[in-house]
Design a protein around this ligand. Structure first.
Ligand code: PA5
Length: 448
């Protein structure tokens, strides 16, 4: 079964001829990406990654994951942004919702925790409290090796491990994923003798989930990473042809640009499966960081339905008409429940007896799409057969490729992120980091 793209619920907003009109622009974007001739082309290594990742590398990741699984009952993934969201999106999508509440005997994998994705002292203190009596392994992930959040969290966790196990054993429980040669983490890992995995030079953070950045934690969670790569490869093949009529990935990229040009400046990625919540977070970074620059770009937001229909539904139906939705429709749930008959029918639900919960979810999806389209919100639908590792890999590649194409259609460099440095400079100045003395004096004046 295939992942499909359906824009029939946006047809009031996008004419068929508009797709035709976009063909020349799409050809340009396709060639820029595939010939590595566009802006940011030195960060397009993700494009051929599913084919280039070697069996040896996959085996080494799997072997290390097995070792970690055997050694610990708490595995901590330390990273932020592109060094965090990919792994979490896969783990949340593909493991049991209550993964961390079941015993290791039952699931054969450690509990998974995250650190270094915020600067909350409360979060870190409570995490340490939860894991301190457990057997712990840590995977610290940072391409630059100098990001403050993961570096701070790692310092505290390293200290904990060294006190608990001694330096020798602690070093065997820490794995660093970082740059081939640069950065503080690379230096630290070399000095301490940690096992390391390399993030390829030509793959940026938000495009790195199919490298050891994502694959190692995902494998520790017991997920079949070879299937993920297979899925990505399938999408790579299906999205290779620049002819838009046969390429669902390009149809999505073009449709969202047509909608953007008509004032639909906010895209809501909608799911009806709670396992997709963090996939939305990953997607948000991918598109937000790739396209939001030069004072333009679609603003990406995510919604979890039907939950958010009870909070944001009103705005979507009747608020400012600058929205469109991209719905991820999962065709078959992993599990289902038949609704039982009740003798007294006090809750009035007997009309659903014998039906399944997923049937109700499906009707909620259909009803909502129609209502929102009637309310002036175009809906794009991406149909996914099932939430399996194969389709996870497929979707990752699908959105990465669509993002590269979409960015070139928009006329931006989709592979840089100059804007994220501004707050960091201010923060370093306010923290008193050496080298930021002048900025510090100016900022302190402004804060008075
Ligand atoms: O995509 C990006 O550039 C960011 O989200 C980075 O991935 C994030 O800041 C983490 O960077 P690093 O891996 O260098 O620690």
């Amino acid at each position: 079964e295939k992942v499909k793209f359906d824009y029939s619920k946006a047809i009031n907003f996008i004419g068929e001829h508009e797709f035709e009109n976009m063909r020349p622009m799409l050809d340009v974007a396709h060639n820029l990406l595939h010939n590595k001739a566009g802006a940011g082309n030195n960060y397009t290594g993700w494009l051929q990654l599913p084919e280039e990742i070697s069996n040896d590398e996959l085996e080494e990741i799997i072997r290390t994951a097995e070792e970690i699984k055997g050694k610990c009952d708490a595995f901590i993934v330390v990273g932020i942004g592109g060094s965090y969201l990919g792994a979490r999106s896969a783990i949340e999508m593909l493991t049991n919702h209550f993964h961390n509440y079941t015993s290791k005997d039952e699931k054969q994998t450690p509990n998974i925790y995250y650190a270094g994705h915020n600067i909350s002292s409360t979060y870190l203190a409570q995490l340490i409290e939860i894991i301190k009596e457990k057997d712990v392994c840590v995977n610290v992930i940072s391409k630059s090796g100098t990001t403050t959040e993961p570096a701070l969290a790692f310092r505290a966790l390293k200290n904990l491990l060294e006190k608990k196990y001694g330096k020798e054993e602690a070093r065997k429980r820490i794995i660093a994923t970082t740059d081939r040669k640069q950065g503080a983490l690379k230096k630290l890992a070399d000095e301490e003798g940690y096992k390391t995995f390399v993030i390829p030079d030509d793959v940026g953070g938000r495009f790195s989930v199919l490298t050891p950045v994502g694959l190692l934690p995902i494998a520790v969670a017991g997920i079949d990473i070879t299937n993920i790569i297979e899925g990505a490869k399938a999408c790579m093949e299906n999205s290779y042809n620049s002819d838009i009529s046969n390429n669902y990935c390009y149809q999505y990229a073009v449709a969202r640009n047509i909608l953007y040009s008509k004032g639909k400046t906010i895209e809501l990625l909608v799911n009806y499966e709670s396992a997709l919540q963090y996939f939305g977070e990953w997607w948000k970074q991918l598109f937000g960081e790739s396209e939001g620059k030069d004072y333009k770009g679609i603003f990406p937001a995510t919604l979890n339905f039907s939950t958010d229909l009870h909070s944001m539904g009103q705005y979507i139906q009747e608020g400012k008409r600058n929205l469109f939705e991209t719905v991820i429709q999962v065709k078959k749930p992993l599990e289902d429940i038949v609704i039982n008959e009740e003798e007294n029918n006090l809750d009035g639900l007997n009309y659903l007896a014998g039906k399944t919960i997923s049937f109700v979810n499906e009707k909620a999806l259909e009803a909502t799409i129609l209502a929102h389209v009637d309310g002036g919100v175009p809906n794009l639908i991406i149909g996914v057969p099932k939430l399996t590792p194969f389709y996870y890999g497929y979707l990752v590649y699908y959105f990465q490729k669509a993002c590269g194409i979409s960015g070139y259609l928009l006329g931006v460099n989709p592979f840089n992120q100059p804007g994220v440095e501004e707050y960091k400079r201010n923060m370093f100045a306010l923290l008193g980091k050496p080298g930021f003395e002048k900025e510090r004096a100016q900022l302190l004046k402004r804060l008075k």
